[in-house]
Design a protein around this ligand. Structure first.
Ligand SMILES: Nc1ncnc2c1ncn2[C@@H]1O[C@H](COP(=O)(O)OP(=O)(O)OP(=O)(O)O)[C@@H](O)[C@H]1O
Ligand SMILES: [Mg+2]
Length: 322
């Protein structure tokens, strides 16, 4: 199977008051063509940082310390800034968690959509206009012809997010990265956007990296799931494996935190304890302060568990699963 994204042993750090703190530790995973992978985990576990490493858009105090990020076979960590920009434009699209920053306030929606389509698809201005209208309709925007003449500030936050989604999808990237793209949208539009992403995956044979807090969305859209905890991958498997047979105590905790509609049980049970910040040092498994099983296993406090393949395609890093 052709990998559109292949991350190998990625380590990244932020410098805070001149000291480096590791934010991603030895992250590896890949995405095939015609596949959607969801990265899940609590706030602060490193989901957005992972996407920023791939896009090579880390903030100034952040850096990739080691590892490789292959997109369509090219290692982005080996390219110059200029080469990365060119490559990104051609192959990759990203829907950011914060859409305000991604649109230029001084240019009309139409100008930005058309330019993007012309650059990515080699369309003429007239064709680009028609494609722009088509995609605004696809994301549920009424009167697209009028909208094209407007500036970002004339649109509500939800509309701006949809314009951004239309812009990224209309460029038909090989690799699409979407960081919480639907959180601000109402349920109907959210469903529409998820179905558009599925179309992109199938019709364009694209790979999609999708980040969300919402496990209902994961179940709907993901082919495979990567679970991060405090900057480490703790589990990976097909969506079926992760939902039916979660192995890491953290993944099991995440699953328990979802209200169970079948059992008429709507109460959300959060995982006890708090999430460590990146400056906190924890020996052994990073999850040990919150793990319900660690107290009976001294190893959990001594060494970090290695990733093992528990069943074909299902990986977990937990001493108790050996
Ligand atoms: N510029 C920065 N400088 C220092 N630390 C940072 C910076 N940006 C992010 N971090 C830290 O890196 C860690 C990972 O952040 P990240 O934004 O990837 O989390 P996330 O999983 O996307 O969370 P959320 O679900 O809230 O979006 C967090 O502990 C965060 O505080
Ligand atoms: Mg984030």
């Amino acid at each position: 199977m052709e990998k559109v994204l292949d991350i190998q042993n990625l380590h990244a750090a932020f410098s805070i008051q001149k000291k480096d703190y590791e934010v991603l530790h030895d992250i590896s995973f890949s995405i095939n063509r015609n596949e959607t992978v969801c990265v899940v985990g609590e706030s602060g576990c490193g989901k957005s940082v992972t996407t920023l490493c791939i896009m090579q858009l880390l903030p100034k105090n952040g850096k990739i310390q080691s590892g490789s990020i292959y997109v369509d076979g090219t290692d982005l960590t080996k390219l110059s800034k200029k080469e990365v920009r060119k490559f990104r434009g051609k192959k990759m699209g990203m829907i950011f968690q914060e859409p305000m920053t991604a649109l230029n306030p001084l240019l009309t929606i139409g100008f930005q959509l058309r330019e993007n389509i012309i650059n990515h698809r080699g369309a003429s201005k007239k064709e680009a206009n028609a494609i722009a209208i088509e995609y605004l309709k696809k994301v549920g925007i009424a009167n697209p012809e009028q909208r094209l003449k407007q500036y970002p500030f004339q649109l509500s936050g939800g509309l701006r997010q949809r314009v951004l989604i239309a812009m990224v999808l209309s460029a038909q990237p090989d690799l699409l990265i979407a960081d919480e793209p639907t959180t601000a949208l109402d349920v109907t539009i959210q469903k529409q956007v998820l179905s558009l992403l599925n179309d992109l995956k199938k019709d364009m044979n694209a790979g999609i990296l999708f980040i969300t807090h919402d496990l209902g969305v994961v179940a709907e859209i993901a082919d495979r799931v990567v679970v991060l905890y405090a900057g480490r991958k703790v589990e990976e498997g097909t969506t079926h494996q992760i939902f039916k047979n979660p192995l890491h105590p953290y993944t099991i905790g995440l699953m328990n935190a979802v209200p169970n509609v079948d059992l008429d049980e709507f109460e959300i049970r959060p995982i006890p304890g708090t999430f460590p910040n990146i400056t906190e040092k924890i020996d052994g498994c990073r999850f040990n302060p919150r793990c319900p099983h660690a107290s009976s296993c001294p190893k959990c406090f001594e060494t970090a568990p290695e990733m093992i393949e528990a069943e074909p395609g299902h990986f977990v890093a937990c001493h108790l699963k050996k």
